[in-house]
Design a protein around this ligand. Structure first.
Ligand code: FAD
Length: 254
């Protein structure tokens, strides 16, 4: 089939678009937010992700998935990329990719791991490391819509320097009613912290989450092992599995 004919039939979400890097924000020593301009971007819902494709001069090409970090904003799209040591795509995006450079992007992708600002039910967000990215899009969408849906975020990070969006989240808990945020540390905690560094467990989910009787919608995102452990623990605590939505940030190479 002629290429142009095929393109005419593709849904806008399946079309590769050329995005240009317009700016960057350093989130942690190893994570960057990329501000991308994507002409003709069709818009998206918080929680969705995109595919990013890199192609070198020899024609070798590879792609990875990245969550959208902010609600829809015209042609502007934000991604936050955690540099994975030795990682083919994340190292390029965080070390070499420069303002004005192009990259191919396709999406938005995903329809289950999403939160619509019209929803009023309590929400529990549980993130491991960069798993906070799609959850941050939900928190930002809540603010933008002036929603009062009760939100609780539990973010598990290795150390205090690994906290993403730290000042924005501090402001949000101060200024936005109904949003509570807890950070738990796995390797080193701030001085004076009562909780010793350890992996997230039932006590953290009970202390900082919602009781199952409140029937929260739970969004769990992060590395595969983290997501499985948290989802199983939530079920063990009495949460209805039908209200637990998960997104696994496993390797996504082609
Ligand atoms: C739906 C979805 C959304 C995602 N959203 C984001 C996002 O918002 N931000 C983000 O930074 N990443 C996100 N990821 C992960 C991302 O797609 C890549 O897997 C990650 O950037 C590593 O790619 P790489 O090419 O750098 O590493 P690769 O070259 O693919 O892998 C290098 C080494 O790192 C290991 N590895 C691969 N991925 C990971 C990982 N996620 N964590 C730890 N080790 C890994 C591999 O097993 C391999 O040993 C998402 C994944 C999915 C499936």
């Amino acid at each position: 089939m002629a290429r142009t004919a095929l393109r005419g039939r593709l849904s806008p979400r399946l079309e590769w678009r050329v995005a240009t890097l317009a700016g960057v924000r350093q989130e942690t020593p190893t994570a960057l937010t990329l501000l991308l301009d994507v002409p003709g971007w069709p818009g998206h819902v918080p929680g969705q992700h995109v595919d990013v494709r890199l192609t070198d001069e020899d024609g070798y090409s590879t792609q990875r998935s990245y969550s959208l970090a902010a609600p829809a904003d015209g042609d502007r799209v934000e991604l936050t990329v955690q540099r994975v040591k030795g990682g083919e795509v994340s190292e390029y995006l965080t070390d070499t990719f420069s303002v004005g450079d192009p990259v191919e992007l396709r999406g938005p992708v995903g329809g289950w791991f999403v939160w619509h600002p019209s929803r009023t039910a309590p929400v529990l967000l549980v993130a491991g490391g960069s798993g906070i990215v799609p959850l941050m899009a939900m928190i930002r969408a809540r603010r933008q819509a002036r929603s009062r849906a009760p939100f609780r975020l539990i973010h598990s990070v290795r150390s205090p320097s690994d906290q993403y969006y730290a000042s924005e989240l501090r402001r949000a808990t101060r200024d936005e009613g109904g949003l509570d945020i807890a950070t738990v540390y796995t390797r080193s905690a701030p001085t004076g912290s009562a909780r010793p560094p350890r992996r997230i467990g039932p006590a953290d989910l009970e202390l900082y989450g919602w009781p199952p009787q409140f029937e929260p919608t739970c969004y769990v995102c992060g590395p595969t092992g983290f997501v499985e452990k948290v989802a199983n623990t939530l079920v063990g605590l009495g949460h209805d599995p039908r209200r637990i939505r998960t997104e696994r940030f496993g390797p996504t190479g082609d």
